[in-house]
Design a protein around this ligand. Structure first.
Ligand code: GDP
Length: 290
């Protein structure tokens, strides 16, 4: 498998390499998990699976439709204004972007930001290519430990999200952690939030579903703790995840993730506005082009 331009200095700090050593850190402390997430650094961008470096540390993937609030969520969790927006800069869109996490320069986990799907303006060919890359990634990435699916509760889980759930279901049965975040929860009142939680829990087959608001900071510490726990299990998993095929599945074996769904018009506050003016009114803007 070929690798990207990731330097050996980047890799040297990853456990499994000769000069790495896992620091001993107490559990269940929001300061610890938030501090840990704040260490996030861009590692590499991979337009295809073969460009992803092979890593030993747990990898947590963020997936969701365009405009679901994925970049804002990653930036909020890592307390960095522009980290995930790096994923939206030319050359890094339509790519898997990896960010390392770890205190004292020792990488002990990686966040993977996968491109948003369902954006109507993306040409069919690009959608199809991404269908392959994303399906392959979710089915075969060896160190994939958890998937966070972001969903705008006003839309609920869409057909594309449900297809993605089907793709990862066998791995979830094999121990892959899975969490659905209902983003922008500040836009819902209590009754709407409770209803959205109930519906999506059912749709997600009883999986873990949480409300999240970057604007109101709802769910931030709780999600940070989840990520920390996934990356630092008390007991090491006895066996590796199953789907570890060297050769990605043939194209016609893959379910269609990107096929024919248009992006619903959305009316959201701009991220900049969220960060600078918490109670800003929603303004219309087209979905991001990723
Ligand atoms: P992505 O395409 O999934 O990366 O979505 P973005 O993070 O770019 O967010 C899409 C839109 O939703 C932007 O206009 C954000 O300002 C808005 N947004 C994201 N998170 C929140 C939130 O917690 N509350 C509100 N009100 N808007 C949000």
């Amino acid at each position: 498998m070929t690798t990207t331009s990731t330097t050996s200095a980047d890799m040297a700090s990853i456990p499994g390499s000769p000069n790495s050593e896992a620091p001993k850190i107490p559990r269940r402390n929001p300061k610890i998990s938030m501090g840990w997430l704040h260490t996030a650094k861009f590692l590499t961008t991979a337009p295809e699976l073969k460009h992803l470096p092979r890593l030993e540390v747990p990898e947590i993937a963020f997936v969701g439709r365009s405009n679901a609030g994925k970049s804002t969520c990653i930036n909020t969790l890592t307390q960095q204004h522009r980290l995930a927006y790096a994923s939206k800069t030319p050359g890094r869109t339509q790519s898997i972007n990896l960010f390392t996490l770890g205190k004292q320069g020792v990488t002990d986990a990686v966040l993977a930001d996968l491109p948003g799907y369902g954006y109507a303006a993306v040409p069919k060919e690009a959608k199809y290519r991404w269908q392959q890359v994303m399906g392959n990634y979710l089915m075969t990435r060896d160190n994939l430990t958890a998937v966070v699916l972001l969903c705008d509760p006003r839309l609920g889980l869409t057909e594309l999200d449900e297809i993605l759930l089907d793709v990862i279901r066998p791995r979830v049965e094999d121990g892959l952690k899975f969490l659905v975040l209902l983003t922008k929860s500040d836009k819902l009142n209590k009754t709407e939030a409770a209803k959205a939680l109930q519906i999506v829990k059912l749709q997600a087959g009883g999986g873990d579903v949480k409300l999240f608001s970057a604007l109101k900071k709802q769910g931030v510490e709780e999600v940070a703790q989840h990520l920390w726990d996934w990356a630092h299990p008390l007991v090491k998993p006895a066996k590796k995840p199953k789907a570890v095929s060297e050769t990605p599945p043939a194209e016609d074996e893959l379910p269609e993730i990107m096929e024919g769904e248009d992006m619903d018009a959305d009316a959201d506050a701009d991220v900049g506005a969220i960060q600078s003016a918490p109670d800003t009114q929603a303004t219309s803007r087209p979905p991001e082009t990723n």
